[in-house]
Design a protein around this ligand. Structure first.
Ligand code: BTN
Length: 266
């Protein structure tokens, strides 16, 4: 059934193929933030595999305390997953998810998709998709991670006025109309399979695939962390998911969550 402006559950599930029976999918027309809701449920003991898909958010959250513009037209989804071990083991998780999404966007027909560390999916230098990983300590050993993805699908121009950076949407990147329900289903599949591969293998396959999409590779960049700035040449990522900067012939790791990165001179 489809709510006005909402998703069609059957069509979303059809596009999730094998993974549909492994998750608990909830679809809402409007929520404040899919991440906030799943974090609250994680605190209440919800199990791995809860997925919340919404057609609109009234208080969408972005990284570093920013808001995420969330009008009807795009895709907003969060996945709750429980991991054994501490939060430090999740360093590369959002990179793994970003990589899976970049590959999906290419499969849908966009060329020149890039990833700007840590996990912005870009098309022609404009932001197409953002990922927010939020972590909730578990009661015993382990943590709950909520992986939230905002994919600009068909962004209404009038609603985008407040976005403080260059943005694009999937309709533009692919150059044709797509089925939003099917893309949402595929997106959920990609997130779940990236999470499961990361859980099993860590960063092994991410390290192999990152180079192809790396928007910063060999560029001079400035990494800002509080009052501290590191200037260097981007040299890929390491097995913790850190960005590597070459500074005076040495590789300096820059960790997710502490920095923003700007191409020098911009
Ligand atoms: C970024 O700033 O790049 C991350 C944006 C993440 C937005 C998504 S939309 C679904 C989920 N719910 C939220 O409130 N935020 C994330």
């Amino acid at each position: 059934m489809t709510e006005p402006a909402g998703f069609n559950r059957e069509r979303v599930i059809a596009a999730m193929s094998m993974l549909a029976h492994e998750v608990s999918l909830e679809i809402q027309t409007s929520v404040d933030s899919t991440n906030r809701i799943l974090l609250e449920r994680a605190r209440e003991g919800a199990a791995s595999g809860e997925v919340l898909l919404a057609a609109r958010q009234t208080a969408g959250r972005g990284r570093r305390g920013k808001s995420w513009t969330s009008p009807v037209g795009n895709i907003y989804v969060s996945v709750l997953w429980r991991f054994s071990g501490g939060a430090d083991r999740l360093g590369g998780l959002s990179l793994a998810v970003g990589l899976g999404i970049a590959e999906l966007v290419e499969r849908l027909g966009a060329s020149a998709v890039e990833l700007k560390w840590p996990n912005d999916v870009l098309w022609q230098g404009s932001k197409l998709c953002g990922i927010l990983l939020e972590v909730e300590p578990g009661l015993g050993h382990g943590v709950a991670g909520v992986i939230g993805v905002g994919l600009n699908f068909e962004m209404p121009e009038a609603e985008a006025a407040g976005i403080g950076q260059a943005w694009t949407d999937l309709r533009t990147a692919v150059g044709r109309a797509l089925d939003r329900d099917a893309v949402a289903g595929e997106l959920i599949s990609v997130i779940i399979s990236a999470v499961r591969t990361f859980e099993r293998e860590g960063m092994t396959s991410v390290l192999r695939r990152w180079h192809h999409y790396d928007a910063l590779r060999d560029l001079p960049v400035a990494a800002f962390s509080g009052n501290h700035t590191v200037l260097g040449t981007a040299a890929g990522i390491d097995k913790t998911g850190a960005l590597l900067l070459e500074v005076d012939g040495e590789l300096v790791p820059v960790y997710a969550g502490e920095v923003s990165v700007r191409v020098a001179g911009v």
